[in-house]
Ligand binder design. Structure first.
Ligand code: SF4
Length: 300
């Protein structure tokens, strides 16, 4: 679902390269946003996964809403989200998200979820309810859904695509060789099929994907992933640095210098992506509204 890793609190800042050292500021605006979300029973991937951009985004009153509870049914080794027995689906969550979009005055909203392999359609019905509630209260707000793979259930995906969405984001997270060790329940080819299906079924919907670097991938493998995404006519891609969310999670194999992110950004742009956002702290819904504008503005 996402690649928003916190800096594990036990990773001493001194051990991070200078370009990764960032102080998390808890300004009054950030605290106000946190309180608002908590008081309205709303989960965000920003907090659940401890995204390093939280202060920046909450300062701007933007957040990525995480629906279908805070417990995921999968066990990705890079992810800081709670994993285990999921909580019951909250029927009132869609309207709470919609009211929050209205209260926060969001022009663009990103809705994601934990992966719910325990539900027949993976929770697609709840995405549909949430999107409809958001658009009913906020007809001018653009909607981006960052979806799990619904275990390749095309009917579930089609339900979400039949909604009024602007962007469908689906992350590949890392290179196929590392899937067995990093995200064992996922399938790279399945994710490619999802992104291709979106363009066949709703060519007006913008597609995005994202992955992390620093887990042991090679340059050749990164190029293969970018080529595979281009084969699906994917419009936008985000590339960020993997950070260990906790001691019992995958180790960082390498901290890539910002120059390397610029190198991969240029490479991906030359491959034809309409918008590429790459950098150590880039995450899949980072500057999502800006990416939408750039992709819509890009020459086809
Ligand atoms: S599917 Fe994986 S990445 Fe997504 S929330 Fe679950 S454990 Fe985290």
């Amino acid at each position: 679902m996402k690649n928003n890793q916190p800096i594990a609190h036990n990773v001493r800042r001194s051990r991070l390269p200078e370009w990764m050292r960032r102080r998390v500021s808890l300004s009054s605006d950030v605290l106000k946003m946190k309180n608002y979300l908590h008081n309205h029973g709303l989960n965000t991937v920003c907090e659940s996964a401890g995204c390093p951009n939280l202060s920046y985004c909450f300062q701007k009153s933007t957040a990525t809403f995480m629906i279908l509870g805070h417990v995921c049914t999968r066990h990705c080794r890079f992810c800081g989200v709670c994993q285990g027995k999921p909580v019951p689906v909250d029927e009132n969550e869609p309207i709470r998200v919609a009211e929050s979009v209205q209260m926060l005055g969001l022009s663009h909203v990103v809705i994601t979820s934990v992966t719910r392999d325990d539900l027949p359609d993976g929770g697609a019905f709840h995405f549909v309810s949430t999107i409809k509630a958001v658009k009913k209260l906020n007809p001018n707000t653009t909607v981006e859904v960052l979806i799990p793979d619904f275990q390749g259930n095309a009917a579930a995906l089609k339900c979400v695509l039949d909604c009024c969405i602007d962007v469908l984001n689906h992350n590949v997270e890392t290179v196929p060789r590392l899937y067995p060790s990093i995200r064992p329940e996922a399938d790279f080819d399945r994710s490619m099929k999802i992104l291709s299906y979106v363009k066949k079924y709703r060519s007006d919907v913008i597609t995005k994907s994202g992955f992390m670097l620093g887990l042991g991938e090679t340059e050749e493998e990164i190029i293969e992933v970018l080529n595979a995404l281009r084969q699906t006519s994917c419009d936008g891609v985000t590339i960020g640095q993997y950070l260990t969310p906790a001691l019992n999670k995958a180790k960082v194999r390498k901290y890539l210098h910002p120059v390397l992110f610029q190198y991969y950004q240029k490479m991906a742009e030359d491959m034809g992506f309409k918008c590429v956002t790459a950098g150590p702290y880039v995450r899949s819904s980072y500057e999502a509204d800006e990416m939408l504008r750039k992709i819509r503005g890009a020459k086809t």
